[in-house]
Design a protein around this ligand. Structure first.
Ligand SMILES: Nc1nc2c(ncn2[C@@H]2O[C@H](COP(=O)(O)OP(=O)(O)O)[C@@H](O)[C@H]2O)c(=O)[nH]1
Ligand SMILES: [Mg+2]
Length: 269
């Protein structure tokens, strides 16, 4: 599987497989506890479910090996009865073939097509590429936590709109209740309330309930709409960047022989 995924990542293999499992993005700022939460969820959900993890966050890559620099080693992989049904992979964020979100999408589809029921995509969610890694998923979990004095992160990153579920992690620390309150306040302006779960990956509080709900998170309409908007922009962009005439059209634009409107029309021909 690792070899196949590398081949897909390098553009040497295109996966035609599609499964009917779920791709779930786990999104939130670095250090909020995404990797730890995934570890907790894997403890609860395997070996009953076959689960893959794609970590797009390069700063906190998770891995089965005790590689130097890995900040989180998943404890679940030490359990042989569970590790059999788990596949973990980090994704290079600088890649030669195509955009990171489209590679993540291909890898996730390949895993689902090979019998994995759930693919967790861990991503930071700040910036366009990271946002799109979330947008290719079927469900999006936004992770928040006691603020480091700077308010709700997800709100700033525009992520709340994308969330089907908000998890407030580190509820063992002071300030978690304030985050829940702040989030509830900012959510009252939207019609569909996004559910909020308060958990601690450290103490295990709330993890049982989270594990039960994670496989059946209802889709929020506004999240779905925001995801499709990102997917539309992605498709638009790849249509332009993959057009073989792009270089010559740019040449002609720089010679002022073509305007933007005309160039767009030709790129879409
Ligand atoms: N107090 C507390 N610390 C946590 C909790 N979850 C994770 N951490 C710590 O937060 C740090 C970052 O966790 P990590 O999972 O790597 O965050 P990520 O960057 O979002 O993947 C680690 O040092 C964890 O031990 C929690 O629920 N409570
Ligand atoms: Mg991480």
């Amino acid at each position: 599987m690792a070899r196949q995924l590398s081949a897909i990542e390098n553009g040497d293999l295109s996966s035609q497989l599609e499964g009917d499992g779920l791709v779930i993005a786990i999104t939130g700022p670095p250090g909020i506890g995404k990797s730890c939460l995934i570890d907790c969820l894997l403890h609860k959900l395997t070996p009953e479910h076959k689960i893959a993890v794609l970590a797009v966050d390069p700063s906190s890559s998770i891995s089965g090996g005790a590689l130097l620099g890995d900040r989180v080693r998943m404890s679940v992989l030490d359990d042989d009865s569970k590790s059999e049904s788990i596949f973990v992979r980090s994704i290079a964020t600088r890649s030669s073939s195509g955009s990171v979100p489209s590679i993540v999408q291909s890898l996730a589809n390949h895993l689902l097509g090979n019998g994995f029921e759930i693919v967790f995509v861990e991503t930071v969610g700040a910036g366009q590429s990271e946002m799109r890694c979330a947008a290719i998923s079927d469900r999006i979990i936004v992770v928040e936590g006691p603020a480091r004095g700077d308010g709700v992160q997800a709100e700033k990153a525009g992520l709340l709109e994308l969330a089907d579920l908000i998890v407030v992690n580190k509820c063992d620390l002071d300030g978690a209740d304030k985050v829940v309150n702040d989030l509830t306040m900012s959510l009252t302006i939207t019609e569909e309330k996004t559910p909020i779960s308060k958990v601690s990956a450290l103490t295990g509080e709330g993890i049982d309930d989270l594990a039960k709900s994670v496989l059946k998170i209802p889709v929020r309409l506004s999240s779905k709409r925001a995801r499709f908007r990102e997917q539309l922009f992605m498709a638009h962009e790849s249509k332009i960047t993959q057009n073989p005439d792009l270089d010559s059209i740019l040449d002609r634009m720089s010679q002022e022989e073509l305007g933007v409107e005309e160039a767009l029309r030709r790129l879409y021909e």
